[in-house]
Write a protein of this length. Sequence first.
Length: 353
Amino acid sequence: MENLAIGIIGGGQLGRMLAMAASRLGFKVIVLDPMVDCPAAQLCSDHIVADYDDEAALEVLAQRTRIITYEFENVPVATAHFLEAKTTIFPPSRALEISQDRLTEKQFFARCSIPTVPYWQIDNKQDLHAALMESGGTGILKTRRLGYDGKGQHWFNSAVSEVDMSKAMEAINHAPAILEGFIDFACEISVLAARSQKGVVEYFDIPQNIHREGILRCSQVPASIDDIIADQARDYTQRLLEALDYVGVIAVEFFVTKDGGLIANEFAPRVHNSGHWSEAVCCVSQFDQHIRAITGLTLVRPQRHGDCVMENLIGEDVAKLPELLGQENVLIHLYGKHEVRAGRKMGHFTRIF
Ligand SMILES: Nc1ncnc2c1ncn2[C@@H]1O[C@H](COP(=O)(O)OP(=O)(O)O)[C@@H](O)[C@H]1O
Ligand SMILES: [Mg+2]
């Protein structure tokens, strides 16, 4: 039975929810994560406590599982290549490689003829100066790598001085970056789609996402966008999936502009926070669909059986729990994190209408 196991790299809440879905489909799950008490370890059949580049540990994971997947896009590319030579890893390492760097990600969107925000490559203060001159003095400086939940970003909301620029470069540790033009969007949406090993693509209904301080706060389904925009967003996503020969669930974040245009922000080669609502209103959640895709099971169209809003419980938001527990149209999902910290995602809930 051991070879029916799935390996998951990364044991955060996404790994935990993937493990739950995999268990429900009868698979055993082994997680690899350096943190002893990571959220996924609590419900996996085994936990390999090791760093993501520990080849001996990766070797063990490959031997003890049939397929490997991952829950975050910063898995070292060398790790993915190492595993690829020994076993099957989905989504493909190319998706990982491209999405790890905001510059290559934007170039790849362009190759697929998907519009992106205006951007400039920033390697030093001179580049930043020149880019801000062109952008009209505003924009968002983002590190090319390792940013998430708004981290590694510096916003220039109004005209800036040389001192501000130096501080911004300091704040991102002079890491390679890009400056993005600021988009005054009407709303943000994301497309969650899955592609099977045979190339079948299925889409979840499109959520509308509200961020505060760079962190997703809530996702509402359906989004208040018209069908033309929804079709366009799915079409862009399909192009990306085909170009990457993708297998698994992908999330593509878009800005909807006030004149009805669509601009790709970024993509995540994994299940995504803006798809959590699917566990509450679809028989096949994003986690189920991902496990189906990577193991070669049939994908189904994830029909939605209700309108809903998913809200994250971030840091002290967990104080809302007693009240939420008393509400019958709310599905609560906690991640088993013991320590409450500001900005830390502790759980989420989905209110069904
Ligand atoms: N160019 C932009 N114009 C306007 N808002 C932006 C822009 N880039 C990012 N944001 C806002 O910040 C949020 C987080 O930025 P994002 O690039 O998605 O980084 P992360 O990798 O941290 O999710 C976005 O969802 C959006 O609300
Ligand atoms: Mg984002």
